[in-house]
Structures are given as C-alpha cells and as structure tokens.
Design a protein around this ligand. Sequence first.
Ligand code: URP
Ligand code: ZN
Ligand code: ZN
Length: 492
Amino acid sequence: MRLLIRNGTVVSPTGRVANDVLIDGEVVAAMGVPGQFDALIGEVEVIDAAGKYVIPGGVDAHVHMELPFGPADDVMVSSDTFETGTRAAAWGGVTTIIDMPVQKKGEHVMESLAEWHRKAEGNCAIDYAFHQIIGDVTPESLAAMRHLVDHEGITSFKLFTAYPGVYYVNDGELLQAMQTTGELGAIMLLHAENGPAIDLLVQQALERGATDPVHHSFTRPSPLEAEAVHRAVVLSQIAGNAPLYVVHMSSGEALEEIAAARHHGRNVFAETCPQYLWLTLEETLARPDFEGAKWVCTPPIRSRDNDPYWSGLAGAAHRSHGHQADLWRGLRMNEIAVVATDHCPFCFADQKTRGIGNFSKIPNGLGGVEHRMELIYQGVVTGEITLERWVETCSTTPARMFGMYPQKGIVAPGSDADIVVWDPSTTTTIGVEAPDRKHHMAIDHSAFEGFVVDGRVDTVISRGTVLVRENQYLGRPGHGRYVRRGLSSYLV
Ligand code: URP
Ligand code: ZN
Ligand code: ZN
C-alpha cells in the first residue's frame, strides 16, 4: 500500500520545508519537492495537505492505562484501557505511547512486565513501549533491570520519592537504583516529591478538618517538589552522573534545580505536562462542591502566582512568581525537554467521589492523552514556543530520549510512517460537551472542558495505516505493536 501526502509543509525540530512525502508499506520511502511524485497519482492513495503541516506522530512518553492506583486495601484502576486509551491517543495525533508496568513492594518485576504485555497486546491502536516502575529495590529487581535493558527493550525505569507505603523508595534505595541505571546506560525517571513530609501535612490537614480537594495542593507545596528534585540531582551525581529524567514537573522552584544541574553539564532532563502549563489551582482544584476533585493529580496543579499555604507558614514575604510562565520559559530554553501527559484518568461519578470528606482518598490523575498536541500547539499560537519546538518537545525529543529515534519522532526516509497532518486554519473545542468532536477517552469529564484551541488533527497515520481521516476513525485494536527501545540518544 502506497500513500502520497502532497502539498504540505513538513515540520521538524530544525525547520519547515515544502515537501511531498511518499509512504510505501510501513515506512517513509522518499520525500521531495512538491510535485516530484505526481507521476504516481492514480497508483497511490493521495492525501492533500495544502495549507497544512505534516509532522511526526506524537510520542507521549508518560501514560497510565488500566493503572491500579492506591494502597492495597483501596485500589482503583484508571478508566482507560489500552484499547480505549490508544484510540483516544490516535484521535489526538499520538502514534506512540510509553506506559509503565508496576512493580510494588514484594512483587516481581518480570511478573509485572508480563501482566502489562497481557493487558496491551492485541488491544492497542498505536505503537506502545514500556518504562518499568521499580517500587521495591532489591537484589532481584536490580538484576531484573539489567535483564530488561539487555533483552526486553526497556531502557528506562520509574521510581518514586512520593507515595510512602505504595511506590516510595528511600534515598539509599534510590542511590542504589541509580548506580544500576548509570552502569547500564539506562535512564531513571523520577516522581520527585518528598513523600514522608507530604504525608505528615496531609494527616495534619485532615485532623484540623481541611478535607476539600483544594487541600491536595496545599499539602504538596512546591518546595517539597524542588527539594526532592535537588536530592535526586545530588544522588545522581554521587552515582557517577547517572541519567535522571524528572517526570511531570509542575513548579518554578523544581525547574530552577533542573536548570542549575543542566548548567553544570549534568545528565539531568525534565518533562512537564499540559495541565501544569495551562491550569491553575484557583480555576480547578478550588472549585466548590467537590468539583475540584476532577483535577486531583500529583504533583498538584499549582497556584496562579505562588503557593499560599507554605508562604503563610514561612511567615515572611517571599517572591511571587508564576509557575506557568516559568515552565513555558523552561520549554523554550530546553531546561524542559519533553511534554508528556501523565494520562491517568479516573471518572468523577464512581471514582473521584471516593474522596468526599477526605481529599487523600481521591485517586490521583487526569486524562489528557488526546489533547497534548493541540494544547501545546496553542503555545505556538500564543508565542510561547516555535512550531519547530512544538514538534521537538512532543515527538522528536521523547523518541530520542527513550531510544526510539529515528524509527519514531521524525518524518524522514526510512522512518516509520507515523505522521499527522495538522490543519492550522481551524479550531478544536475540547471536552465531553464538545459539539463536533466529543472526546474519546473513557472518562466522564474533561480537565480542559470548553477550551477552544487553534488548529486540529486532520489525518493520523501509524506505520502507513490511516487511523483518522475526515473526522472518522479507521483504526483497530491490535494494529499497535510493542516497540523495543534502545538506549537514549542524549547520553554520551
Ligand atoms: O496523579 C498522577 N500523576 N497519577 C499517576 C501516577 C503518577 O504519579 O504518575
Ligand atoms: Zn508520578
Ligand atoms: Zn505518571
């Protein structure tokens, strides 16, 4: 099967060029000046991309489909399955996701990986890969990490300094795991928050009757994110400059720690998510009548200017800054390398409501895999980043960071034909109430309900197969394949 994308503007991190793209089977066969392949018209299927951008399919490096979340006696499973979540991702211009098998305390890494393969195989509409979560640092799990890098195409591991009793690892365990990833040339992903300190603040808040969703944010103040980032940066240095990638970074203070480390030439990288770039505590978590629960995710959505809770505790004037402005600047400056979603949806009606009367029981996570491309494109429209940087942070860098480049993340001869045709001339309305394109995620609300953004996913192609065209879904479960990853392209 051959496809010809004609008259579009191909965008990569290094620029934009008027090129036609010829796809043969699963890969890009050739690219050339407009009209170069016109002799093939009649023999190939043609997609007219006049006035549109032709970009590499989105790579969302941080999602959680069917994630069991919470302590053993109160587990809730995120509401998108691999089938529904990857279909929604495809609608949103994403052609590769990286999900995360979970090893908890006392569990075996290899069993968790087998379970994730069982859940994903035959169900995904788009290609998928895994980062392995290590929740129990033991000689066995350290050996398993080595096996995963050498034999399973898993070259990154997520650990947590948050969620004591569930995923939390202490500093010694973190350092030991970093020594192993450093030795393997693998990357450690870190959920960086000071879990034990947060647990104390949560307990104190509940004791004084502060039970509403907004207290989820007040009890996870941004300095406790920055402190955990700082500690991890130091430990990675002690582990011999072991590569560290801080996931879902939400605050200006944490960004400062990343920027300082990078300034010193360290193997330290950061990711943020659309919710931290666009949403504020005042407009979301602080909504009355428990509605704020829809936006309970970790780290929390930050205040517009600063964190009122901890500034009150400090008892002194402190600098006021906007986290969002800091994060957009970080994206421009490459202090933040990647935008992912941390897609982890929970329905309001029967899942988030578990926390009525106790915010700490609200399952943590937002749904967003469908909207990352359009929400970050809006940063292009508003002048925060360039068109090239949009492609770089949403497609190319995640592919390079996690060992999938140039198979993924670029429109180039020989690369997988994972391509999105993007229409900048129209708009998208986001949400379950959206008039022409209600969202496709299996969640009963939207964190971005009513947002109207410029641009729209027009056509989505995954390894040469058209998944979305003319507002119609043509994909199927099982098209998506497991991607075995190599080592990161960013490490020398
Ligand atoms: O709230 C979040 N982020 N839920 C998903 C689990 C995690 O910490 O990434
Ligand atoms: Zn996390
Ligand atoms: Zn996550």
